[in-house]
Design a protein around this ligand. Sequence first.
Ligand code: SF4
Length: 589
Amino acid sequence: MQCLNCENRCIVADGGLGGCGQYRRIGETMVECYPDRYLLACPIVIETMPMLHFHPGSKFLQISTVGCNLNCPGCISTTLVREMDPASSIMQQMSADQVVATAVSQECRGIAFLMNDPLASLDTFTKVAQAARAAGLLVGCATNATFTERSLSRLLPFIDFINIGVKGLTAQAYRSCGGRSPDAVLRNLRLLHEAGVHVEVACMHRRDNQDELRNLAHRVAKLSPAIPLQVMRYIPLESADPGWEPTILESEALVFDLRKILRHVYLFNSPGTDQLDSLCPECGEVLLRRDFYGPMGARLLAAQPGSCPHGSAFLDLRGDAVVGAFREGDFQGGYPFTRALEIVQSMLIALGVRDAVEVVRVWEKILNLQSLKELHLSIQQPSAYLATLEYFGALTGRQARAAALIAYLGERLEAVARGLAAVTHRPRVYYAMGKPLFAIKGPRFENQLVQLAGGDSVNRRLDLSGRPGMSIDREVLNALNPEVMVISAFLSCPVQDFHAECLRLGVDVEAVRNLRIYTPPVPSSDFGGPRWILGLLFLANILHPERFHFDIARESKDFYGEFYDMPFVPDHLNRSFGKPSNTWCWTRT
Ligand code: SF4
């Protein structure tokens, strides 16, 4: 028989599994294999989903299971959709009524299914949606929307909002994800909009798909120019080609163009951009001000929809905006949770783990102990980081490898410390992510590296909230007057663009005047995975060129050879925290 949950329409023999591995045919029915089992059920602010024009700032209960009906290259949720074991002991069994009761007890405005696709758990989500609607809660999801008409008709009566992730407008874009074509997604977009569901559309911006995004904006505008479009600047993760990553300025230029087609177009994955704000088109007043809040996320900072005569009507908001009603902790809710899993994975890979199943067993241990918060603290200090490696070494029976890695890192930490003996001047260093005014929080690892490399981290003088920091005023940065500026190796920016932005914004500091702006040459080498040692050596070189001359290329080759058992090929390095290269393969998944 054919499974009619999604447009893959798998033909499944009796007793067999469908292509996504989430449904089994029993007689003439496709039965969900892991019903009512959740990886996450935790409160978030709706912008974390992300959803920008629906009850802005309100608290919702995030629910996530595991698995997906598609398999997109470079998926940010790979840990959840491909690697996590759906039968794992960390999956919480909860009935639909229990999910609703949790949302009510946490004072959530509603329930949102996100991070993996509800199409992997359609019966479970439909039951929750039905129970939530009966309890007066709002319900929505983030999805690839490859529903068949039949499966959509089951869900449609119970949902209030939806974020549709469009993969492109060609059959090829869908085939690269294991799907068929965009036709059904566009049909569903129309059906949902016509049914009165609040729809926002999300699409990746890669270097090669600008025209597709323009076409998509025109297609959406035909339905309604008021439908918000979320442009996700592509972060090359997992097996993705690093060459697909546009710069923030390239994505901003595209968003500027798309705003001529649609009223509300926003840019994600671009810390420091002002293109997450909603402005009145008549007077330019900022009606809703938002900031970057981790990958794929935003945070509402200020809301004054009625502050100009045209504001409220222009915004097309559903529900009132509230600011500061709730804030997630580090690693809690949204995609930062998957980053936590990847960081653990990165440590295990460096310890010699090559079997993804072994990684899952360690994730289970950490999540069962509810020790994500301790993990977050332990990866912010190199000394605690080394202790965490020792712990994972003991946990996986790889004590010798852990000792070798700790010794390797320790030797280099000592070499830098020795080189700094009697140093008389520690340059003031400012660490930004993306654009110049997005400051990384003081306690973060990047700023600890600055201190260890002989700098004076000015970020530590700022009182910043947000994840992993927040936008600051130009005057604040000017008053700090850093001698050196460093751009994060995760969500980065070419040095020339960063410098031009500083001039445009009026950032007048020594680092700009003396062109002392840098970004580590190895992606993701200043946070998360143990290759941060390469970031430390790079920082030591730039902060004290009279004392340090580490050969970063040779150090990178040595580190990759010794701990990843693979060659260091710069063209294969993308921005993954977990995997050391886009050619990484597990021996078993
Ligand atoms: S949900 Fe989609 S991918 Fe999964 S078995 Fe059904 S048709 Fe196949």
